[in-house]
Design a protein around this ligand. Sequence first.
Ligand code: FE2
Length: 259
Amino acid sequence: MEVKVVPALQDNFMYLLIDTNTKQSAVIDPVEPDKLMAFIAQEGLQLNCVLTTHHHFDHSGGNEAIVGMRPKLPVYGGDDRIPKLSHKVSHGEQLQIGFLKVTCFETPCHTSGHICYFVESQDKKDPVVFTGDTLFLAGCGKFFEGTAPEMYKSLIKVLGVLPKNTLVFCGHEYALNNLSFARHCQPDNEAVKIKIDNVKERLSKELPSVPSTLEEEFKYNPFMRVDQPEIHIFTGTTDPIESMGKLRAAKDGFKPVPL
Ligand SMILES: [Fe+2]
């Protein structure tokens, strides 16, 4: 399995998922499809489908154009508002890209029909998950169409139980702003400091901050740590769901400090 990270618009990530054995592939949130199609042609890949995480334009806004170029291309997603949606998926549904097994997980909150795509190769080594605007490196999406209990379920009960070594490919380059907030609410957390240095080094080399791993996210991402005393001191409650809501409200009003 190979994942190609392709920056798009101001701070979005598009992804090309490739089964290196068969050269079959899928694109995730191809908002600027021209950038991907050139690479697909150049590498002799077979494009099987579009996987859309959610209906927001900066993720689904390229679907019309890509289906214009490939009229029979299937478009997967969990929301009828996604342009050119041809296959509406539900929780636990699976599809194949060559030998890669993709499992669709409903993770509502940022939007009601948000889907994360978990991918395993046959040997189950190095799984990956495309998390759209649900889980970010060191953060999570705004609760536009959902509630704190929904984000708690999506982050902790759905994504949080995937293998700890799962590589996390999220929808935006928000790492430094998120880490600024992570440091604000966990001033003594060493993992936050280490990740800040790691991300700054990557960005200085013009590399994307992604991927992280789920194991790392549990160490520094405040929204993945709502059961930790360190977070409870910040939120003033030991209830993890209430902590989730209070963290989001605090983040929404937070002015990131340049790192
Ligand atoms: Fe979004």
